[in-house]
Every structure is written in C-alpha cells, then in structure tokens.
Design a protein around this ligand. Structure first.
Ligand SMILES: Nc1cc(-c2ccc3ccn(Cc4ccccn4)c3c2)[nH]n1
Length: 242
C-alpha cells in the first residue's frame, strides 16, 4: 500500500518514522510519503489560504493549491482521498479495515477553518473515493493528528506489519466485536494485588472462558452499544447470562 500525507506542517508526521509504522516502511511493507503542501504553491509567499466567501472568522485553504497537489499524487492510479474534518463520518475499526484494502490513500491535512469544500466535490466528481472523516467529537487545530491516528490504525492491519496477526482478533473492536479482557504479567503479586488464579491454572478452556466473560462484562458495562451490535449467533448460552 502507498500512503501520501499532505500538510503545511510535515514535521508533525515525523512520528510515522518510529516504531511499528517506521519498521513497516523500512521493510517495504508500506510506502508512506509525507509532503509539504507549500511545494505546490507558485507565489513568492507560498500562500495556501485566503479569506472565506460569505465572511466569518479565520481563513480557508485554497482549492487550487490542493488541486495541484492531489492531481500529482493521484496521477499513478486509483486513490482514496481521506480528508480529516470535525464534520466527518466517525472513524471506527470498520473504517480502518476498509481503508486497509486500498492500493493508495491520500490524506489531506487541513488547517485554519478547513479546506475549500470544492476539493472533495471535485475529486468525487472525478471518480475518486473521497472520505471526510472525524476521529471523534472534539475539535483539533488541523488534520495532522487525525491522520496519525488513522494511518496507525490502518498500517497495523496490513499483512506482515503486526508480528502476531492472531492478536488482531481478540483486541478491542476487533473481529470478536468486544472490548478486550484485562491482561496480567509478572510478578504474581504486586502492591498486595494478586493475579486471578485461573490465569495461573494452565487450564486453557477455563482461561478462554474467563477471558470471554471479562470481555463481555467490560463491554456490557462500558459500551452496551457494542453488545447490541453483536451478532446473536456469536453468543453461546453462557454468554447470554451477561
Ligand atoms: N475529529 C476531528 C478532526 C478535526 C480537524 C480536522 C481537520 C482540520 C482542519 C482544520 N481544523 C480546525 C477546525 C476547527 C474548527 C472547525 C473546522 N476546522 C481541523 C480539525 N478536529 N476534530
């Protein structure tokens, strides 16, 4: 997969050189390129914004500069344009799974009051998939942090990026559709607190059952909406006790 990220603060995306995503790039599992939007400006001041039509506070990012950038970056094939915005559809694990199937993603990181609305309109009309996406109900100062979140969520789903793909099944919002169970490691007693006996028993069936019970318990307590969304067929008679 190729991912292009365009921003007026490209150094904000330096975190993607680190850790799991950084290693995936070095290993050639992910072709991730970060670009400075100002490289597509033509004036001496490298201007990317202007005052909003209709008045109002703040500035709006110009469509022409974004058009030059996105045209160049999508010239090699079908790309999915992802535009972080507070007014977008909510990004979920399902969104990450869908984006992870694409050949190319282009993240357009806005700043100021956002990007001229005609940019998304233009690329939809040109036949591109365009997703205007929010990472949650709070307001950031730009799209860079949202792009970091989405790139990490997508990259870890790509083949070979996560060491043990099995862990993708049991984690929160994973295939099981539950929040994950509590995890423990050594020492067996810490701060006067013990590890649940069943986890020390070596009885794998009981451990599996205990973990599923804790996952159902936590999900029912913290995210009853996820319980509603569970396929009833995936619940056994023991589960229905929750
Ligand atoms: N989940 C999210 C996403 C964002 C986000 C994404 C991109 C941009 C580009 C500019 N701003 C600031 C801004 C503030 C007020 C109204 C419009 N935009 C952004 C904020 N905030 N929260």
């Amino acid at each position: 997969m190729r991912i292009d990220i365009v921003s007026i603060f490209p150094e904000y995306l330096a975190a993607l050189d680190l850790s799991l995503v950084g290693k995936a790039r070095v290993a050639g599992l992910l072709d991730l390129r970060v670009h400075d939007l100002r490289d597509w400006t033509t004036d001496r001041h490298r201007t990317v914004d202007d005052t909003p039509f209709g008045g109002g506070a703040g500035m709006v990012m110009r469509p022409d500069v974004w058009g030059q950038a996105i045209d160049e970056l999508t010239s090699t094939g079908p790309a999915h344009l992802v535009v972080p915005t507070p007014s977008g559809t909510t990004f979920t694990q399902r969104t990450a799974e869908a984006l992870a199937t694409e050949d190319q993603l282009v993240f357009a990181c806005g700043r100021y009051e956002g990007i001229d609305a005609r940019v998304a309109e233009h690329y939809r009309a040109a036949g591109h998939r365009v997703s205007e996406v929010s990472i949650g109900d709070y307001v950031l100062n730009g799209g860079e942090v949202a792009s970091l979140v989405m790139v990490e969520a997508v990259a870890r789903l790509l083949p070979g990026v996560i060491g043990n793909p099995e862990s993708l099944v049991e984690e929160s919002h994973g295939a099981a559709g539950l929040l994950e169970y509590p995890v423990y490691t050594k020492p067996p007693v810490w701060s006067g607190l013990e590890v649940p006996d069943v986890l020390l028993s070596g009885h794998h069936a009981k451990i599996r059952r205990w973990r599923r019970d804790r996952a159902l318990e936590k999900t029912a307590a913290r995210r009853p909406d996820l319980i509603e969304a569970l396929e009833v067929s995936t619940l056994d008679k023991h589960d229905r006790a929750f």
